[in-house]
Design a protein around this ligand. Structure first.
Ligand code: ZN
Ligand code: ZN
Length: 274
């Protein structure tokens, strides 16, 4: 006779545990928590209580404590964007990203972007970190530089070919300053646009708003990169048409020029040898 647990691919101890949890009084609430966390594989466990009190009357309006939750804990999704850390959260994030980008490109009246923006010049740009040294990869159908044809889920993908020479400090600094890099990019972009339009920055801004829809993601090598929809809108935003000078060519050219100029100076730390 085949043991039930073995048939299900579980060892008897796990099956016993599973039945114990399924039979416990808080099971319905537990499944609700699991559903609300989107199947997160590493949820954050919270314990504590909150009270909402009416300031004028001192009446207790709402009270919540994790004491009544299964195991005395509330689970919330980890929100990690890396599939290797949490497939469920990374998948949710990818879906959110898709909708954000799509709304920026084709419009989404539910999100306050009219579909007329389809006629606005817009660019879907990816801003990527420079090389910090070669990493294991899958270049098309060819083999990696290490001579191996790595399978899609190989753990070594994105790791340095030569850890001795890889610029780890550069990679860390890049991620650390990614938000500043992005901020400078947007400042330079407005400058480059005004310059190409032959206008002052103020005049350019008054005639056309530049809209950004940006998401940060991790590449396999662990570096942050940005996907962005950059769009010319009219003076009042997405509901108004952009002026004639705001062309796709001008935008494309200005994006390339701005991206090439961005730099963040980081003070050296001699003790750390960086
Ligand atoms: Zn998660
Ligand atoms: Zn390799």
């Amino acid at each position: 006779m085949t043991h039930t647990a073995t048939t299900a691919g579980l060892d008897p101890a796990t099956l016993t545990d599973l039945l114990r949890v399924a039979g416990s009084p808080g099971f319905d609430r537990l499944t609700e928590q699991l559903r609300r966390t989107g199947g997160c594989s590493q949820p954050i466990h919270l314990t504590g209580a909150t009270k909402t009190i009416d300031r004028a009357t001192g009446t207790l309006l709402h009270h919540y404590s994790t004491d009544t939750e299964p195991g005395g804990r509330l689970r919330i999704a980890c929100g990690n964007r890396r599939a290797t850390r949490c497939p469920a959260c990374a998948w949710t994030y990818a879906g959110d990203t898709y909708h954000l980008i799509r709304a920026g490109l084709t419009g989404d009246p539910d999100k306050g972007t009219p579909t007329t923006i389809r006629d606005h010049p817009r660019v879907f740009a990816t801003l990527t970190a420079p090389s910090f040294g070669p990493v294991h990869n899958r270049p098309g159908n060819r083999t990696c530089r290490c001579g191996i044809r790595h399978p899609e889920d190989a753990p070594e993908l994105g790791t340095p070919l030569d850890p001795e020479t890889y610029d780890y400090a550069g990679a860390v600094l890049w991620n650390n300053h990614a938000s500043d890099l992005w901020r400078y990019f947007t400042i330079y972009l407005r400058r480059e646009i005004a310059k190409r339009a032959g206008l002052t920055q103020k005049a350019a801004r008054e005639q056309s708003k530049v809209s950004f829809g940006k998401v940060a993601e991790y590449q396999k090598r662990g570096a942050v990169h940005f996907h962005a929809v950059i769009r010319f809108d009219g003076p009042e935003g997405p509901d108004t048409p952009p002026p004639a000078w705001a062309t796709l060519d001008l935008l494309d050219d200005a994006i390339r020029a701005a991206a090439a100029r961005v730099e963040v100076a980081v003070p050296a730390v001699p003790e750390a040898g960086v």
